[in-house]
Write a protein of this length. Structure first.
Length: 313
């Protein structure tokens, strides 16, 4: 994650977010400078943060990080929605083993951050068909879900394909509805769900809205990331050509109507956070990164109907 290029935002006083059943926040890379980063962007109006780690938490003192982050958030009404550990917990390379250990550590540490969600990839048996990942997934995630249950934690599997397909790949087999069916049959734990976003579905040319209506009962966390499909490029060069036919976008700049997304979430009883996954937009990047994220934040707040307004008594 690049250093924040803007001046520190003014710290906001406590917000009454108790009635906001769907919060809007952003992702923050988990390291020993996370609290400082959060303090700089807190005043822009983010209501939650997902702290995410890439493959390993070995260099992070989670207990100390929790103290520092909680001190920054104290009195603001803002929460840590979830911890994320993204790697391949099913493989056996050194970093994969660290990822699996990271799942365990994040599950144990989640209560320290006053959150109840740990998210990440399902993992994959590398370069084998998805079906060959299922026995290993069962062996690894059955004890993880049990460990999570003991800590009052839910697990959320992200739907990113990470360049994989049904027949081969790395990182994550749980990127399509068919693979989700297999995953939930393999580990039918009530505290195992999805970290969903429309971006990865649009990359696969799936209409995300009917999918969300069908799978809403399994969605426990949402990443705020969208996509734009360039149909002219797709129709000219095809799926396997040299030209990219899709761009990952910050919400408000992509193809998805997030008013529809949030309406489906509300109607389906979802309560939780939509946390913006930045650092992907091809336009709002570099010095425009936080410009794009704050624009996405305000767009998502409008899409949920604005701030909560109580009815007259």
């Amino acid at each position: 994650m690049p250093e924040l290029m803007t001046a520190p935002a003014t710290r906001r006083s406590a917000q009454d977010l108790s009635k906001e059943t769907i919060r809007v926040g952003t992702l923050v890379q988990g390291n020993m400078t996370s609290a400082r980063y959060i303090e700089q962007i807190l005043g822009y109006g983010f209501e939650s943060f997902q702290l995410f780690f890439w493959q390993s938490v070995e260099s992070v003192d989670l207990r100390q990080l929790a103290r520092e982050v909680n001190a920054v958030l104290a009195g603001t009404g803002v929460t840590i929605s979830s911890l994320g550990i993204f790697g391949n917990p099913l493989a056996t390379r050194e970093k994969d083993l660290e990822t699996l250990k990271g799942w365990e550590k994040c599950i144990d540490a989640a209560p320290l951050f006053n959150c109840d969600i740990v998210a990440g990839f399902a993992g994959r048996v590398v370069d084998k068909p998805i079906t060959e990942s299922l026995p290993v997934f069962t062996k690894v995630f059955t004890p993880l879900t049990e460990r999570a249950k003991a800590n009052g934690v839910r697990l959320a599997i992200e739907n990113c394909d990470m360049g994989g397909s049904w027949s081969g790949g790395d990182w994550n087999f749980a990127h399509s509805p068919e693979s989700w069916e297999l995953m939930f049959n393999a580990v039918p734990a009530e505290n195992l769900g999805l970290e969903w976003e429309p971006c990865h579905q649009l990359v696969s040319l799936i209409d995300p809205l009917p999918q969300l209506r069908k799978w809403i009962g399994k969605v426990v966390h949402v990443h705020g990331k969208d996509a734009s499909v360039q149909w002219d490029v797709l129709k000219t060069y095809g799926l396997r050509g040299s030209k990219s036919y899709v761009q990952h976008r910050t919400p408000g700049f992509g193809d998805t109507n997030w008013t529809d997304v949030i309406s489906i979430l509300r109607a389906g009883g979802f309560k939780g956070s939509i946390d913006i996954e930045g650092w992907h937009d091809p336009v709002y990047r570099g010095e425009l990164e936080m410009t794009g994220q704050v624009s996405g934040l305000n767009y998502l707040k409008r899409s949920r109907g604005g701030d909560f307004v109580p009815n007259p008594s």
